[in-house]
Design a protein around this ligand. Structure first.
Ligand code: 3HC
Ligand code: NAI
Length: 706
């Protein structure tokens, strides 16, 4: 009779006296409850069987074990807990060997640390990345890693969350040897047999002596504590990691483990953990846009970029870095020389810093070509247009692309605001036209909005996502509208900030309030960095179509009229000493603000930092809801990813929509209705927000639909 018992994710088989325990839990062998049960059962079986002399733990597929099953966090706990599983492995009276390939991360590495001997093959990635999820190692990692490799290196691994390769793991002492081939099972078996032949004893990490030098351990701990205080302002779990390692120094192993458990559970309960794990899953969810299902991406070996300014050059560098061949088109020889210099400058910077050799730079630049005639793009698989933000100029460029590009070439625009449907409709192949909205600097910023016009074919959209993957960017699907997802929402919350400015807050207080919330910089610091002239040009362009009933704050225009564009002109909202990137408050700016208030007949009032944040975020969330309501963003999580990856929203908040769920949508709506009493035109509650509150739902309830 067939049974409906699901296959067990942990299987055991024999090879001589070695029991091979294989974890097979696709996609990444996460340590879900069945894996934990299976591991304990396998160790118990090995212990009970006199013919087993050693245990070898391996992972099936591409990884050893990528860690705890993150989906279980926040759910009711299911025994056995992972620390108990690790203790059971360590307590085994027969040597346990872990053979690592692919990811051995978090709980996966903790399983390996509980084993008695470790081997890693080429390509293995070891690490304790829990901090990136608002967590700390919670299965003995904070106690075993310092004992094995010393407090300093262990703290560095846990606080950075970085992955180390096999060779570095050997140098650190995380593993005992490297496999000579990529065959993890064969290498692990050979190692196990060699250990048996040598009569190698059980060797428990809990007894390792990496903390024996008390003085060195203490000073590493002090340094880490100071570092955390300086760099991880407002983050919860780094402090807990330091506390746990302190316990490793001060207390016996079992006591340390108990404290680790308490601290780990505090991390699990923190909103930062919920926000960071939301960001983790959201970044993996956004790439599953409907057009990518079943559509085959087109080839992507060679690319063209039209325009060699800020964006064109940055996009060219991003593509060159990904190994592509790039041809740049500019309007004349002089502009082309400037465009090439813009590209070369990036690599010269790396050479000067010793991060790239002159030969390597030459090899990259050999894949770069420039031309002033469009025929050079005849063979390009994909072209990204990054010329001036002007419909007529862009349409002229697309007419040229239509003329010269091979059939099937993807024709993309990097426009910030223009109607891509209009661009597409102006040529003979609208099905090939896509928006690829990069962010500045394009070779650094992680976000790429893939803007989907109405006539584009699915495989072109899929090619956009494939390009993002190749460039290691986070791609988010957006519909066509003024500003797509990010810039459209930005325009609204910037207006909320400017209104607070005119009503009585200083730009410095607004920046401070948002830094306190977790932003690396406030909006006025960002404006100074990006250059005030860009926003000014947009405001002038839109002046004719602006709603005359809407409040318009002119303070930024007064600064721009004086040529104060920010860092590049030495002053903007802040004053910058020559060569300095950090500004100081400018009394003249405050005087201009005051004069503008008088001109507008406003009696200034005071704002608390809390109110500043509430208004700024309410504007962001409300417009985010509109963007989802109008299907410009597929789901709230798409808005979250745009703001975390491209606009500095603190990752531990998960993104504005996740944050709204944390605060509670009724509260957000109540705030908006309160603010609407002063300015009902600006503060119109989004129909989606009103509907969700009415149905007692949150934004996350819309995230499951894809
Ligand atoms: N739990 C549950 N699901 C996981 C997971 C985990 N730990 N890690 C990855 N996944 C899922 C992803 O969500 C994705 O699912 P999907 O296909 O349905 O979207 C799938 O596995 C594949 O993941 P990626 O797309 O990220 O695949 P890559 O091959 O690009 O990367 C990886 C693989 C390097 C393992 C990467 O997924 C990763 O970094 N994972 C997280 C590792 C981690 O943070 N581990 C620590 C967990 S916390 C912990 O262990 C606590 C312990 O100390 C008690
Ligand atoms: P830029 O002014 O630095 O560069 C534009 C380049 O295009 C110039 O080098 C110019 O010589 C060239 N050019 C103009 N007309 C051309 C033509 N007909 N043929 C070939 N080359 C031509 O402008 P920037 O900042 O690079 O912006 C380019 C586009 O990217 C715009 O659409 C802008 O809205 C968009 N964008 C800009 C961002 C930014 O932060 N600067 C961010 C995201 C998008």
């Amino acid at each position: 009779m067939p049974t409906d018992t699901p296959p067990t994710p942990v299987t055991s088989r024999r090879s001589g006296k070695v029991l091979i325990v294989s974890v097979d839990n696709p996609p990444v062998n996460a340590l879900g409850v069945d894996v934990r049960l299976g591991l304990v059962a396998a160790i118990d079986a090995a212990q009970a069987d006199d013919t087993v002399a050693a245990v070898l733990i391996v992972g099936a597929g591409r990884n050893f074990i990528a860690g705890a099953d993150i989906r279980e966090f926040g759910q009711p706990p299911q025994p056995p807990a992972l620390p108990d599983v690790c203790n059971r492995i360590e307590a085994c009276s027969k040597p346990v060997i872990a053979a690592l390939h692919g990811a051995a991360l978090g709980g996966g590495l903790e399983v390996a640390l509980a084993a008695h001997y470790r081997l890693a093959v080429n390509g293995a990635k070891l690490g304790l990345p829990e901090v990136q999820l608002g967590l700390m190692p919670g299965a003995g990692g904070t106690q075993r890693a310092p004992r094995l490799i010393g407090a300093g290196p262990a703290l560095e691994l846990m606080l950075s969350g970085r992955h180390v390769g096999a060779e570095e793991a050997l140098a650190l002492g995380l593993v005992d040897r490297l496999g000579r081939s990529d065959d993890t099972l064969a290498e692990g078996l050979a190692y196990a047999q060699e250990l048996l032949a040598a009569g190698a004893p059980v060797r428990r990490t809990r007894d390792a002596q990496g903390l024996a030098d008390q003085k060195a351990s203490r000073s590493a701990l002090d340094a880490a504590r100071a570092d955390v205080a300086a760099k991880s302002r407002g983050l919860f779990s780094p402090q807990k990691i330091v506390e746990a390692v302190e316990a490793a120094l001060d207390h016996p192993f079992d006591e340390g483990l108990r404290l680790e458990r308490t601290l780990f559970l505090q991390c699990i309960d923190s909103p930062q953990r919920a926000g960071l794990i939301h960001a983790f899953f959201a970044e993996r969810e956004v790439v599953k846009a409907p057009e990518t299902r079943g559509a085959q991406p087109r080839p992507l070996a060679s690319a063209g970029v039209v325009g060699g300014g800020t964006m064109g050059a940055g996009i060219a560098v991003a593509m060159l870095d990904a190994g592509m061949t790039v041809t740049m088109i500019e309007r004349d020889a002089e502009s082309l020389a400037r465009g090439r210099a813009n590209v070369e400058k990036v690599y010269d910077g790396l050479v000067a810093k010793g991060r790239l050799s002159a030969d390597a730079k030459a090899a990259v630049m050999a894949r770069f070509a420039g031309a002033t005639a469009y025929d050079a793009l005849a063979d390009a698989d994909l072209v990204v247009e990054a010329v001036f933000e002007d419909m007529a100029v862009k349409q002229a460029v697309f007419a040229e692309l239509d003329r010269v590009c091979k059939p099937g070439a993807v024709l993309a625009t990097n426009t910030s605001y223009l109607d891509i449907n209009e661009i597409a409709a102006s040529i003979s192949r609208p099905q090939d036209v896509l928006g690829l909205h990069f962010f500045s600097p394009a070779n650094i910023m992680k976000l790429l909005e893939i803007v989907v016009p109405t006539q584009v074919s699915a495989d072109v959209v899929a090619t956009g996502f494939a390009l993002a993957k190749k460039l290691r960017k986070v791609a988010v699907r957006a519909g066509v509208c003024d500003g797509f997802i990010g810039n459209r929402i930005l325009a609204v919350y910037r207006q909320a900030a400017d209104t607070m400015l005119e009503d009585g807050a200083s730009p410095y207080q607004i920046d401070e309030a948002l830094r306190e919330f977790g932003y690396p910089m406030g909006p006025y610091q960002v404006a100074d960095l990006a250059g005030g002239d860009i926003g000014w040009a947009t405001r002038k362009r839109r002046a004719a179509t602006r709603d005359t009933r809407a409040r318009y704050v002119q303070i930024a225009d007064r600064l721009c009229e004086r040529g104060w564009f920010g860092q590049k002109t030495g002053r903007g909202w802040y004053l910058y000493a020559k060569g300095s990137r950090s500004g100081t408050p400018d009394p003249e700016v405050l005087a201009i603000v005051e004069a503008e208030r008088q001109r507008a007949g406003i009696t200034p009032r005071s704002f608390s930092n809390d109110e500043i944040v509430r208004r700024y975020l309410a504007a962001m969330i409300n417009e985010g809801a509109n963007v989802v309501h109008e299907a410009i963003a597929l789901r709230p999580l798409d808005v979250d990813v745009v703001f975390v990856a491209g606009y500095g929203f603190p990752r531990q908040g998960g993104g504005p929509m996740k944050y709204a769920d944390t605060v509670g949508l009724p509260q957000v709506l109540a705030d908006i209705r309160e603010f609407a009493q002063e300015d009902p035109l600006f503060w119109q509650p989004s129909p989606l927000l009103v509907d969700l509150v009415m149905r007692d739902k949150n934004f996350d309830s819309l995230n499951k639909i894809a």
